[in-house]
Design a protein around this ligand. Structure first.
Ligand SMILES: [Zn+2]
Length: 316
């Protein structure tokens, strides 16, 4: 298990990872390291050799190309010889003036280009931009896991930095505050719920089916948000407030709109009662969905509740 030790003079955390001694030595300068002598077929970071690395955790790739194959321009993989280990707890302890903790965290490799010979001088501005988006995306994804582990309120930027293998200063380069970072994480999760709901609408045939699938997706998505951010039951009620505070209301309102449209369609097709107050029904559906999600209701409970709502708004 790698260890984090604090340098008492420089007040800096240092990773002690003896496991990394077994990795291939890639810094030894030999004659065949000169570009003209390099055999690209043996380079694990070149397109076509994806099988040589651990599976990718993120890739910006051309539509229609398969994960862990060519077609990418940014690729992120787990480090084959990680200096940090994602499993376990930090177990902070102090011995005299020395502070130490377990080397818990993530250690990934971002492959900044598919061009083996590219350097920061030959690289295009747009490729640089993509690299920055790549780092930002990974900060968001890994921060979610830290938030989920310790809870949004208890997590401080330094904890996130330690666990995701960045310095706090480096994270501040992407996000002004923990709030900004949390906002980006929440935005990402809500976008996923909206995308899931949009997908369900496409696949459903009748207004009844649409509404059922939409509410199911909404409950499932909310459940995931609660779990991902380790939000306690009492805080679920504050989620709406948080969404408003962080300026994500417009994004969240897309969920509301999808449900409203399904109700409207049902009324127009004569399947739902025509005297329905769409806004009120939607409010009821949302309140119930949140309640079902926070109580981590079973699939059957969710399905039964939706049936009750539907039987209430359907034409008899
Ligand atoms: Zn290469």
């Amino acid at each position: 298990m790698p260890e984090l030790r604090k340098d008492p003079v420089l007040k800096r955390w240092v990773i002690i990872a003896t496991e990394r001694a077994s990795r291939p030595n890639d810094f030894k300068k030999k004659r065949d390291d000169f570009p003209a002598n390099q055999d690209l077929s043996k380079c694990p970071f070149c397109p076509g050799n994806e099988f040589m690395t651990p599976p990718e955790v993120l890739a910006y790739r051309k539509p229609g190309t398969l994960p862990n194959g060519p077609g990418w321009w940014i690729r992120v993989i787990n480090n084959k010889f990680p200096a940090l280990n994602p499993e376990g707890s930090l177990d902070k302890k102090g011995i005299g003036i020395y502070d130490m903790m377990n080397g818990i965290g993530y250690h990934e490799v971002l492959i900044e280009t598919e061009d083996h010979f590219a350097t920061s001088i030959t690289m295009s501005n747009s490729q640089f931009e993509e690299i920055i988006w790549g780092y930002r995306d990974r900060i968001i994804e890994l921060s979610k896991r830290v938030f989920s582990k310790y809870g949004v309120r208890k997590t401080i930027m330094e904890d996130i930095a330690k666990e995701i293998g960045f310095t706090a200063a480096a994270i501040y380069y992407y996000f002004d505050s923990k709030d900004e970072l949390f906002k980006a994480c929440l935005q990402d999760e809500i976008s996923k719920v909206v995308a899931m709901m949009e997908e369900e609408v496409k696949n459903a045939q009748t207004p009844h089916d649409k509404l059922k699938k939409l509410v199911e997706a909404k409950v499932e998505g909310t459940k995931k948000i609660i779990k991902n951010f380790n939000i306690g039951e009492e805080i679920v009620g504050e989620l709406r407030g948080e969404i408003e505070r962080l300026g994500l209301k417009e994004l969240a309102s897309r969920e509301i709109k999808l449900i409203e449209e399904a109700i409207k369609e049902g009324i127009e097709k004569g399947v739902f009662r025509e005297n329905l107050d769409i806004k009120r029904e939607n409010f009821i559906i949302h309140t119930l969905a949140k309640e079902l999600a926070s109580k981590s209701a079973s699939q059957k409970d969710i399905s039964d509740t939706i049936d009750i709502i539907l039987s209430g708004i359907e034409k008899k």
